[in-house]
Ligand binder design. Sequence first.
Ligand code: PLP
Length: 435
Amino acid sequence: MSESNMSAVTPLPERDLATATAPDLVTALPGPAARAAIARDARVTSPSLGRVYPLVPARAAGCVIEDVDGNRFLDANAGIAVNSTGHCHPDVVAAIEAQSRTLLHYCSSDWYLPIYTELCERLVATVPVEMGNAQVFLGNSGTEAVEAAIKLARYATKRQNVIAFLGGFHGRSLGSLALTASKSKYRGGFGPLTPGVYHAPYGDATYLDDVVFEHLCPPDDVAAIIAEPIQGEGGYVVPPPDFWPALRRICDEHGIVLIADEVQSGIGRTGRMWATEHEGVAPDIILAGKGIASGLPLSAVIAREDLMTWGPGQHGSTFGGNPVACAAALATLDLVEGGLMQHAKVLGDHLANGLRALASRHGAIRDVRGRGLMLGIEFADHDIAEAVEQTAFRKGLLVLMCGKATLRIAPPLVMSVAQADVVLAILDEVLGEVT
Ligand code: PLP
């Protein structure tokens, strides 16, 4: 048998994952099947993939992931804020199954797909009224949404420059990477990146007037300002309350397009459909990705109609808005609008209170912040944060670092109170061991 025909995955015992309690570890980590899978992977995959711990998922349901050895983990990552409705939500799976029996693909950039239209209608209905009539372009990834938004802002304003923020993450293509400023290693060795990008400190809008416009670039040369409502990769940073209103004022004053990169924060994760709603500000363009289709690749650029000035053929994508991904997104929106968004707020408050209680007992925690189920725990230093992340994994809890010393808690929006309490109990235990 050739190696490609061999399964590295041991057959799993049939246990009902949906009702499983987790963690439930049956081997030392990584187990034998995981070790074999990792060794096989290392021979053929790009070394740029920066795996954080030896997790090899085989199947999952809700907030429980089972690895190739049958170990069960409690998932507070949601595949980096993607599995918004939980793993393999039956409604999402049913929508995918039905659509995949009907139409798998027909390029929506060149022909008409009613399901593409339906999803765009649903997204348009979610934006703040100040945006007026919005129109939507669908892509496959957050990066593509960022690229499309920058192209659109340049095209609509006939200006070239873009302002982004230190700590921001917007993707890794040469255009989006020029905006990304969370870690220098993402940029190192890849230059020159797309020119015309100015970075300002996140949360400090006065820097735009006092430094960027005063010394570097006049405001009427700026096409767009792009920011995350809560910085994700940069450390789950919540800006001060006057930041977004100031950005809105600056953009209105100078005819600059305000782009909210809601790829990580959007689609209900913070307890509202869009995290910018917490800021009381309507952007000109909203970008969605990650959780929009519960795990299938899809992203959206939702822009004010008067900005959508580009003509036929000026932007497109072979796969963007694929009908199966659209079906998953429609089912996702049904679930998010049908209760998960409210649940994210309630469970987020519960978790944040629990984390603050942990902070009062464990001095290594410097800050607990965030909104809904986009919560960050900042530690005294990087090594402690990393030790907590790694030790949590060894105990069957999946969490992920961001920024310098922050751990993000971004579970599927379906997490139960009982599961959230397990997250808190494991973190308590881990903190007792590593600090
Ligand atoms: N924008 C934000 C705020 C993100 O968090 C990410 C990914 O982490 C991206 C853009 C890029 O998205 P993708 O990895 O889907 O291209």
